[in-house]
Design a protein around this ligand. Structure first.
Ligand code: BGC
Length: 372
């Protein structure tokens, strides 16, 4: 069967022929991959800046955003049936007894760094026709989400951030007064940095909780991304029109920044303009482009004098996957056209080169494997 793989030593990205996997334990599930998303992480792996093959292999099969159909189950699989749709989780636990996070199935908080991530580091991924996976890493998805469930994994980043946000902000009187028909965030203002898929899905998650939401990105409006932002009742602002330090002056105090751009300069410039009790959530993984100047005294003064918080968050646990599956369904009810517009194209696997190595286009490109 076909798989898309990177060979870091010879610096190649190739379509390869691999043996079909088989069930090796009664708790495993055989999956036919339907959709595999292409994201910035995949492009970095294909530029040999990130990612590691499994031990002993000269290549890594890439792909970590995925949607699959169950085609066979081991005799002890209890929660999944043949024919069901599933979204696999990405990270697998480290082996160490002292890692309380991994031992508690919270490998997204692994202490040791010896975890693996399918399609990213130390384990083959999902950009292939068939995959075998343990039942416990699979999240069932309702059949009606077939066309949009590829967005679940990139949405888990925002869901994990939001789960933590409510916990962390509970340390202060942050709750909005109850307003009938309005959700938790209705008296708060959020700023999303970046209008790629992680940013736009984050903006949808924030709007679904009634945050006033501003999406700040490079490109001048109108464009495909600003159209999505308009459709969900958020405000699109281009950095060509408003510098980061002026956003709060223009729109009012920012309570939450959801960073999804991976550009550290803009992020720290924005951080300097934040008000009291705000929280800044970083999700981007910037390439190392060399030092930039920031006013560290100002950042530190604000953090202390304004009770601010800076949070980094990576990967996601089962709670975030379940929340993402619920939210993708909710976004589909509220903003069906905007949700579909996030998927710029479904492409045959043969197009992997231009999607992974060519100039990025559109919002989210998906590689689809034929289901027969
Ligand atoms: C993936 C996460 C992963 C992170 C770091 C992201 O693109 O969505 O699952 O933990 O990269 O490798």
């Amino acid at each position: 069967m076909q798989a898309i793989a990177v060979f870091p030593k010879s610096r190649e990205v190739r379509s390869i022929d691999v043996l079909e996997p088989v069930l090796e334990s009664p708790t495993q599930v055989l999956l036919r991959m339907l959709d595999v998303g292409v994201c910035g992480t995949d492009r970095e792996i294909c530029a040999f800046e990130y990612g590691t093959p499994p031990a002993g292999s000269d290549h890594l099969i890439i792909g970590h955003e995925s949607l699959a159909r169950v085609i066979a189950v081991g005799s002890q699989v209890r929660t999944l049936r043949v024919g069901e749709l599933v979204v696999p989780m990405v990270r697998r636990p480290c082996p160490h007894d002292h890692c309380t996070a991994c031992r508690a199935s919270r490998q997204d908080f692994c202490f040791t760094g010896d975890f693996s991530e399918r399609g990213i580091g130390g384990a083959h991924g999902f950009m292939t026709e068939l995959v075998v996976e343990e039942e416990r890493y699979l999240n069932p998805v309702p059949a009606e989400l077939r066309d949009v469930a590829i967005l679940v994994e990139p949405l888990t980043i925002a869901e994990k951030a939001l789960i933590q946000l409510w916990h962390l902000q509970e340390r202060l009187p942050w709750q909005c007064p109850h307003r009938p028909g309005k959700d938790h965030g209705h008296c708060r203002r959020a700023l999303v940095l970046g209008a790629g898929p992680v940013g736009l899905l984050g903006a949808m998650a924030l709007r679904a909780r009634d945050f006033e939401t501003i999406v700040y990105a490079r490109e001048a409006a109108p464009n495909d991304k600003s159209a999505v932002v308009d459709a969900i009742g958020a405000t699109y602002v281009s950095s060509k029109d408003v510098p980061p330090a002026e956003i709060a002056a223009r729109f009012g105090a920012i309570d939450v920044v959801y960073e999804a751009a991976g550009a550290s300069k803009v992020a720290f410039d924005t951080m300097q303009a934040l008000g009291a009790n705000s929280i800044f959530v970083f999700t981007g993984v910037p390439g190392r482009k060399g030092p930039v100047e920031i006013d560290t005294d100002l950042v530190m003064r604000n953090l202390v004098l304004r009770n601010q918080m800076v949070l980094g968050t990576v990967n996601a646990g089962r709670d975030a996957f379940e929340a993402a599956i619920r939210d993708v369904a909710e976004f589909g009810r509220r903003w069906p056209a905007a949700l579909r517009a996030l998927i710029s194209g479904r492409n045959a696997p043969e197009r992997y080169r231009e999607l992974l190595l060519g100039r990025p286009t559109g919002i989210k490109h998906v590689i689809s494997f034929a289901e027969n």
